[in-house]
Design a protein around this ligand. Structure first.
Ligand code: NAP
Ligand code: MG
Length: 493
């Protein structure tokens, strides 16, 4: 090449993506589903049903049985009956069932991923790479614990609790199921689980996996329905344990309901996490973490980094880079492998997000949103960033549970901690800095169950997860998570 050869101006190419849809035919959705009680699919006593739809298209996917109080009775009775045999099995034998379930989840991963994406609206990239593999990992991890419970920190021969009523939300349907079912079964308990009304299909496919794994009848029952079904389950007087993941409001009502009953409870509730960026942070890496923190899963994440706290001297730089990077996100068909942002899970959730973001503007914050077309059908919300956010404004205090980020600033580590902890919640937080000592200092001072450093939204079955304050109590995952399903052996006097 000679020095005189002309060098063209640097032009940033804009790539057009060809559609890359995941095949839908790996899934056969039955038009109607019964309740899974005592190892088989049965009709509900009252014969009721409800529809589940695809939030990205509003397509009707299936009719699902509506469980009433009599069905809850049947399911709890089946779990009670199964408990005797299951709790007496050796840990090694219980572990074999859990390993079998884990392997079946892996074998059927594609089917589960497509079904989850259809029923929930989240991108296939996430169900394929996060939800389903992490759910399988929870079963593998707890399969390993089943014969080692003497080392769970509760002394020799810890006892299982009995029958657990478990209620999960719609944001990570199969993953939340695995967080509930895997530890309960490993510890010798039996369960009755209610998935959320809008996302029952992967729980019902999981029921088929239980059949395929020859799990003894009644060890797992799945009852579908809305809030009333959940309330009937938590009110049942033959439960030994209630495990609930969902909103703080419902969590509080459950706690009132069980007060004085002696029943064990764990509550995994909402959050309003601070993602804190110091001026020495690797900015490009932090931008990825900020985006992963709040735009992953359309922001329907209890531990989402929904409040960005940026050190004042890098505030403008971070916000500019963030908007630039957000401009490359692709919103649309969740089954397309190139999609970053899928549909909001329901019309009701879209309404909640819209109402809360409107108050953000009314309270004086500056709104920026991704300039992108929205599909004509389905429930969609553009990734949104609010700057000039007052600390007491609703978008800085309340959980929006959508793709909405509120940006605040701070000057010193003390101020960052004070602002981060200024919330009724305490589920998670993120810290971005080059200094290890600062990470440790921040982690010591943040009132949050999980503190991520130079990363965000990482989930691992070995690591306990749970909250402080109004984010609930109890831990899921790790050795600490086992304590929620065991008690120390009684010692003869
Ligand atoms: P939600 O209304 O509390 O629902 C959660 C579950 O409880 C659903 O299965 C729901 O059934 C059921 N339910 C509703 N009312 C009930 C009642 N009175 N008694 C018993 N069960 C009842 O919460 P959501 O709005 O769907 O879920 C989002 C919330 O969950 C957010 O606040 C989020 O932060 C929290 N969350 C927390 C975690 C965590 O690990 N900490 C994880 C994920 C989500 P229907 O869906 O059929 O109404
Ligand atoms: Mg649905």
């Amino acid at each position: 090449m000679t020095a005189t050869s002309s060098v063209p101006d640097l032009i940033t190419p804009t790539w057009e993506y060809a559609p890359a849809p995941e095949a839908r035919d790996v899934v056969t959705i039955r038009p109607s589903h019964g309740l899974f009680i005592g190892g088989e699919f049965v009709d509900p006593a009252d014969g009721g049903s409800f529809a589940t739809i695809s939030p990205s298209t509003e397509e009707h996917l299936a009719e699902v049985a509506l469980a009433g109080p009599r069905d809850v009775d049947r399911a709890v009775a089946a779990a009670r009956k199964a408990f005797t045999g299951w709790s007496k099995l050796s840990g090694t034998e219980r572990g074999k069932y859990l390993y079998r379930i884990a392997r079946l989840l892996q074998e059927r991963a594609r089917e589960f991923a497509v079904l989850e994406t259809l029923d929930n609206g989240k991108p296939i990239r996430e169900t394929r790479d996060v939800d389903i593999p992490t759910a399988a990992a929870f079963f593998f991890y707890h399969a390993g614990w089943a014969d080692k419970l003497d080392w769970a920190g509760l002394g020799p021969n810890p006892r299982s609790l009995g029958v657990a009523g478990q209620i999960i939300p719609w944001n990570f349907p199969l993953l939340m199921l695995s967080w509930k079912v895997a530890p309960a079964l490993a510890c010798g308990n039996t369960v009755v689980l209610k998935p959320a009304e809008t996302t029952p299909l992967t729980a019902l496919l999981f029921a088929e996996v239980c059949q395929q794994a020859d799990l003894p009848p009644g060890v797992v029952s799945i009852i579908t329905g809305a809030g009333e079904t959940g309330a009937a389950l938590t009110a049942h007087d033959d439960l030994d344990k209630i495990a609930f993941t969902g909103s703080t409001a419902v969590g509080k009502s459950i706690q009132r309901q069980v007060a004085g009953s002696g029943r064990r409870v764990t509550l995994e509730l909402g959050g309003k996490a601070a993602n804190i960026v110091f001026d020495d942070a690797p900015i490009d890496q932090a931008i990825e973490g900020i985006i992963d923190g709040i735009f992953f899963n359309q922001g329907h994440v209890c531990c989402a980094g929904s409040r960005l706290l940026v050190q004042e001297n890098v505030h403008d730089l971070v916000v500019d880079r963030l908007k630039q990077r957000l401009g490359t996100l692709r919103l649309g068909d969740p089954l397309d492998k190139n999609t970053d942002v899928g549909a909001v899970n329901s019309a009701a959730q879209l309404e909640r997000i819209t109402a809360l973001t409107d108050t953000g503007e009314a309270e004086g914050a500056t709104r920026w949103e991704l300039d992108c077309p929205l599909p004509e059908r389905g429930f969609w919300f553009r990734p949104t960033v609010f700057t000039d956010v007052g600390q007491s404004s609703r978008i800085a205090q309340e959980e929006i549970f959508g793709p909405v980020l509120s940006v605040l600033s701070f000057r010193t580590p003390d101020e960052a901690v004070a602002k981060a902890n200024n919330t009724p919640y305490g589920l998670s937080a993120g810290v971005w800095t080059e200094k290890g000592s600062r990470i440790l200092w921040m982690a010591d001072h943040l009132r949050a169950g999980v503190v991520w450093a130079n990363t965000f939204n990482r989930f691992d079955p070995t690591s306990p997860f749970g909250g402080y304050k109004e984010s609930g109590f109890g831990r899921e995952g790790g050795r600490h998570g086992l304590a929620a399903y065991l008690e120390p052996a009684e010692v003869d006097a």
